[in-house]
Structures are given as C-alpha cells and as structure tokens.
Design a protein around this ligand. Sequence first.
Ligand SMILES: Cc1ncc(C[n+]2csc(CCOP(=O)(O)OP(=O)(O)O)c2C)c(N)n1
Length: 557
Amino acid sequence: MQSNQKQSAAHALLSVFALNGIDRVFLVPGESYLAVLDALHDFPQIDVVTCRHEAGAGFMACADGRLTRRPAVVMVSRGPGASNAAIAVHTAQQDAIPLILLVGQVPKADLRREAFQEIDYGKMYGSIAKWVVEASAPQQLPELAFKAVRVATSGTPGPVVVVIPEDVQQHAVDVDVATWVAPPSAASTPSTAAVQRLRGLLEAAQRPLLIAGGAFDQTGGREALRAFAHAWQIPVAVSFRRQDLFPARDPLYVGDLGLANPSQQLDAFHSSDLIVALGTRLGDITTQGYSFPKLPRPAQTLVHCYPDDHYVGQHFAADLGIVCDPVMLVEAAMPVEAAMPTGHPSIPAERVRWTQRLRAIYEEIAAWPRAEAGPGVEFSELVRALARRATSDMIVCLDAGTFAAPVYRHFPFEYPQRLMAPLSGAMGYGTPSAIAAQLRQPKAKVVCLVGDGGFLMTGNEMITAVERNLPIVFIVSNNDCYGSIRLHQQRDYPGRYVGTSLSNPDFVRLAEAFGVTAQRVERHEQIEIALDRALAAERPYFIEVRSRLSGAPPRGD
Ligand SMILES: Cc1ncc(C[n+]2csc(CCOP(=O)(O)OP(=O)(O)O)c2C)c(N)n1
C-alpha cells in the first residue's frame, strides 16, 4: 500500500499490521467490523483463519503468538463476540503472549447509551489486558495499530484490546502508514557489577538451583541456557509448563515446578543454598503457591532476573535483582575459565553430589508407571507410546485435564520438540492451538491431546484441519467425566459427584462426520497400531481412547 493516499481507516490499520509482520488473523465475523473484513480483501499476504467460536480464534492466536513471539491478531464482533473471546485475553495475560484483540463497536453516536451489544471494554478487560483503547477518530487507526504492536510485545508481552466503532472504520484517511513501523525493542543488558556478583555467588554455592522460565523461549535462548548451566555445573528446574526449555535427558535437568511436585523433591529444592531464577516471573504455580522459596525473605540467597522490573523481587526479596534479558545475562556471566566439566577441581564435591541427588529424585518421578490390569485404558500408556515415537519436531498441544498429567511428568521433551499448554489452565486450548501450530509449522508433527470435556468445548475448530488438510493427530481421552474435577471430589467429598458426569456422543462417528479418519482404542494392545497409523497419516487423524479415571487430583486443573 502506498503512503499518503486516501484509503479507509480500516485499510490503513491493516497496512500497519502488515508492515509490522502480521501475516495471519483469526476471526469470527461480525457486522460491527465489516469495513475491516472488507479491507482484508486487499491484503493477500494476511491469511484469514475463520473460526467457529471466538474462544477457538483466541486460543489459536495465543498459540501462534507463542510460536512467533509476534503479536497475534484476533478479530471479533462487539458484545457477544468480545465476551466469547475473553478467555483468550486472560490466557495471553497469564502466559505472557503478545495478542491483539480487535473488537468492532457500536457507532460513535451511540457510545455509553447501553446500545445494542455495547460494552465498555475498558471496564470489561481493564484488569487482564495490558492496554484497552477505543478509537474516536478514523485517522487514529494506524497509530493505534502501531501502539498495539508495541505494547503487546514490550516488557512482559501480553494482550491489547483495540476497540473500533463501526463508523470510524470506513472513513477515508490521508496518512503516511509507512512511518508506523516498530523497530525491534532494545533488550536491556546486565551491568558489569551484577554479572560479577552473580559469578561470585555461583562460585561459592554448594547447592545452587537454577529455575529457568519462559523468557528463554526465544531464538538461541535454550542453547545459551544450556551452555551456562553446563559451564557452571548447576542443576536446572523449569518453571510451570516450560518443559521444552531444557532437555529432559540432560543430567543437569532436575524437573519442572508444577502442580504436583512430590514433597521429597520440594524438600530437596528447599535445601538449596542459592536460587538463580532466570526469565521467570516466579508466579503462583512455579513457586508452589508462593511457598518456594520462602515468602517474603527466602531461606537461601536469591538471584532474580526478568526483563520487566514489575516482576523482579515482586513477591520474593531478591539478594540480587537484575532487570534484563536473561539470555544476555547468561551469555555475559559464563565462568571466566572456558568451561568447568564435572570433576573440575573448582566444583566442590558436595555440589556434584547435590546435582546427582536432584537428578535421581527427578528420574524416579519421571519413570513411566506400569499400567495395572483392569477395564479401560491407562492414558499414560498412550503417552508413553507416543513419547517412544516422538519425532524431533513434534509439537504436543494440550488441553486442561487429568489426561495431561503424564505428559507433564514423563514426556522427555527436547527442543525443537515443543510443549504447547496454557499457563492459565484453560480448557478448550488443545484443538485450536494444534491448528495454529500446524499452520505456523507445516512440516512439524503436531499432536493434540484433549479430554472428552475439553474437546466438546472447542473441538469444532477441527474442521479447519479438514479444510486445510493439516495432518494433525487429535487424541481424545474419553473417561465420561470432567475427570480432573471428579478426582478433586473423590478426595474432598468422597462419593458425592455432582456436575462431573458426562454423556458423550460417539466420538469416532463425530470425527468421521467432520471428514476425519477416526478409530477407537479400548485396550492397551490397540495403542501402538493406532498411533502408528495416525502418525503416518498425511491428513488429520482422530483417536478416541476409552480411558479409565486414575491418579491424584492436581492442585489446579
Ligand atoms: C474453561 C475452563 N472451565 C473449567 C475449568 C475447570 N476444569 C479444569 S480440568 C476440568 C475437567 C477436564 O475434563 P476433561 O476435558 O474431560 O479431561 P479429564 O480431566 O477428564 O482428563 C475442569 C472442568 C477450566 N480449567 N477451564
């Protein structure tokens, strides 16, 4: 699009999106943003993914934003559409994902009249979005598009909501859109003093523990983290649902901080003398409900590094707080000697024993359980069989539910394998995230694991896999109940199961009605052949697993 040419405000907005690298939008259409829809005609470089529910569109965008680290755009209609999309705004906030939600709005003259489908989005999204803005004039749209990109990606990435009254979208504007291009944000570097202090702490520590978080999910981040951990011989735990940051088979990997850490492991973590928390917000689940480390003054020395000063030392008093990109920190803070392999004289014997102890605890937790005989399939057997077949590019997309526990606990991730699971614990994420992942990485092997409850929330989005011939493997764990919540009831209100039983359709026939090849697994012996067929298929494939309900309830979902 040439600059300084009369164009609709909607067109100018899309020009700025396109100039800033946005190449795909996820939407459910609405009459409140017809002019934006119309303008999409002129942007063949923007792929339009039409969804069946705004939650599906929003979850696709969350997954896309996680993979690209660019703002992912969702477009929805006012009122009902925006309400359906709320779950994605919440997920993007909890997951620190750059997301732009574009909402059509009632005409300007009707604003704040409680007009048909009107909502005051500032109030509605005020506490979960990074920024909510309502356009008041057509010529603002390019600027708002630009700022939305900036705000969504800066500091801690997150959701931005751009609200556009319908009569603002179609007006002609005369603006030079080419000027609205966001330069890459400058990453902040650690000070020399902070690097030296960190080195000193690492040299002196007997029982150090590195907690690595999502800010390492960037090009070169994992490699830098691993090089740092090896050079210093420091054991690494990953923050909540970040298992793909560090290879599970690496002897320095000692597990994740999630919903079900056994007390033996937590006791060992508590006995560390130095915690180096890098690239993590040290949020609720990672810190085991703000109990690890001790609040507000940790029992051990705490180093906390995150790119956003809002989070550094937010809950836990850090002896050394560093506001910078953790990748820059680990690159700057390598030991002065080239490397310190195990057994190097400067690594105390206690530190070697400490790492081995944490690793042994992790290996015991991660060992695959044996399925007991009995009716129904133990879902962990399927996950184990999947792990044996995992290609190096496998992307595992998870919904929320008890079926997912074996993945978090036992699946040995190694990048470029990816774990796509919402930190918000939202049901309904599995199917849409698999669609978005396969669209973004067409060559990768994408597998979606979802419960019977979660699949009937957003499983309709599977039709996009058919429409675009995406060879995703959808695996539904059908235990005829909201299993995770049933397990909570079993523990807290034994025998009183209200609201957790489910009547289900015939999932195989349902998938077939979508045009997806489907099969049912009812016995353990059927798992391998079903997976082999599914993974070899060049079209979407669906497996219904008749799962038994087992396991302990997780603390959250
Ligand atoms: C949108 C949403 N609603 C409710 C919940 C609470 N919740 C967490 S897990 C769960 C049950 C999941 O059931 P299902 O998908 O069948 O998987 P299962 O636990 O049986 O493996 C519920 C209702 C949630 N996390 N997200």
